[in-house]
Design a binder for this molecule. Structure first.
Ligand SMILES: Cc1cc2nc3c(=O)[nH]c(=O)nc-3n(C[C@H](O)[C@H](O)[C@H](O)COP(=O)(O)OP(=O)(O)OC[C@H]3O[C@@H](n4cnc5c(N)ncnc54)[C@H](O)[C@@H]3O)c2cc1C
Length: 383
């Protein structure tokens, strides 16, 4: 059927929402994005976009073969926390390199691409709810306005308000993991920049350079059961960060010493949604399949969803069948990737003898280990 002449409302102007809006608009849809934030800004933090996500960004036309705003990765180093000792090096996936992006830069690229093709992006509008019938749908805004649409895409993130309409009420579960995120100025001149994953008991730190190695991105994750904050994110105290990772030595210790400002995320999860769509309304990105960040795939999956959603409209005779095909295609893959991230949550934080045994295995198997995840990176939704 294609999407020509169909009116879509996309709820959420994050990576998933903007990518979906752009993909649907490129096929001729009439697209409105509704974003609650007054501006599309992001606090300082990085994202790793692996080959599967890069394929979508290229197909959308927002990045070139050698993306300017992205920092090319040459693989990942695994290190032990105590003195930063190198355990193993994992080369880039054979599907192609990962790129490190500042989130704000990636959002800018998607936003500019969407505006260029005529997506109507409305900021500072909060969606209250959505009503659907077999014949149509409308979005109800908190300010009382209603917007009619043929189809609604809810890309409203891991705390999606719209998801319970399809799946009933579900309280997000605190995973007992919290993530500190920060960036520091950096003057990297490495010809082959890599991410460094430093693992310790109950904690790990991932660092990688951004913006031509002028910034270093830091994600420090710790198991923690005492989260009391109401929100999912709060400003953290760098002194507290240092104290909690005081036994992390080597370069990562020096990097943590230089943090002046940090944000702290409590990692809450809902399971992959049982129901993704009802024939007029579909979930996309974290709204459908929130994930722990330990495979660095949440944004990549959202990009895959966006491309796949737009493409199913080309091959199906009506909206209901297009959304059903989208769910059928995407759910198994998203479920498998989310499960892989859950397994890493355990592997990164091993304690005692289990940690030593795992490190010995990593030393022997290191380079082949990356191949274990080829099924994630080899997948190209655009072919
Ligand atoms: C510590 C950490 C590190 C990560 N690292 C990586 C990585 O390296 N690589 C990777 O691929 N992924 C990574 N991720 C995951 C990634 O950030 C998410 O999966 C991705 O941002 C999801 O995009 P989204 O568009 O689905 O949701 P979001 O980015 O959450 O966007 C949702 C949008 O909807 C808006 N919204 C919500 N409710 C409403 C409403 N009622 N009305 C209007 N607007 C609304 C929000 O304001 C927001 O802009 C990481 C996550 C964390 C926590």
């Amino acid at each position: 059927m294609g999407v020509n002449g169909l009116k879509f409302c996309v709820i959420g102007g994050g990576i998933g929402g903007l990518a979906a809006a752009l993909a649907l608009r490129q096929q001729g849809g009439d697209i409105t994005v509704l974003e609650q934030a007054p501006a599309l800004t992001e606090v300082g933090a990085g994202l790793q976009i692996s080959a599967n996500g890069m394929a979508v960004l290229r197909a959308l036309g927002v990045v070139s073969e050698t993306p300017e705003a992205g920092q090319r990765s040459f693989g990942t180093e695994l290190r032990d926390y105590r003195h930063g000792r190198l355990i193993s090096q994992i080369p880039s996936p054979k599907a192609g390199p990962t790129y490190y992006y500042h989130r704000a830069d990636l959002l800018d690229l998607l936003h500019a691409g969407a505006v260029r093709v005529g997506v109507d992006i409305r900021l500072d509008v909060c969606v209250e709810t959505v009503l659907t019938t077999p014949d149509g749908a409308h979005v109800q805004l908190e300010n009382g306005t209603q917007i009619e649409a043929d189809c609604i895409i809810a890309a409203d993130g891991g705390r999606s308000r719209i998801r319970p309409i399809l799946n009933g009420p579900e309280e997000p579960r605190f995973t007992r993991q919290t993530a500190w995120r920060a960036t520091i100025p950096w003057r990297g001149r490495d010809d082959t920049p890599r991410a460094v994953l430093t693992m310790g008991p109950g904690r790990h730190v991932v660092t990688y350079p951004l913006r031509d190695q002028n910034l270093m991105n830091i994600v420090a994750v710790e198991e923690r059961s005492d989260w009391r904050a109401e929100g999912w994110r709060q400003e953290g105290d760098p002194k507290d960060l240092r104290a909690r990772f005081a036994d992390f030595g080597g370069t990562v210790g020096e990097i943590l010493d230089r943090v002046e400002q940090a944000n702290l995320w409590a990692l809450f999860l809902r399971p992959v949604a049982q129901q993704w769509q009802n024939g007029r309304l579909a979930l996309l990105g974290d709204a459908a399949h929130p994930t722990l960040p330990f495979m660095a795939q949440g944004a990549c999956l959202a990009l895959e969803d966006a491309w796949c959603l737009a493409r199913t409209f080309q091959n199906q005779p009506d909206i209901a069948r297009a959304l059903s095909a989208y769910e059928t295609t995407r759910k198994p893959r998203a479920t498998k990737v989310v499960a892989a991230a859950g397994v890493n949550a355990r592997n990164f934080h091993l304690r005692g003898p289990a940690r030593l045994v795992a490190q010995a295995g990593l030393m022997v198997l290191g380079p082949q280990l990356g191949r274990r995840y080829d099924w994630i990176y080899d997948y190209d939704p655009t072919v």
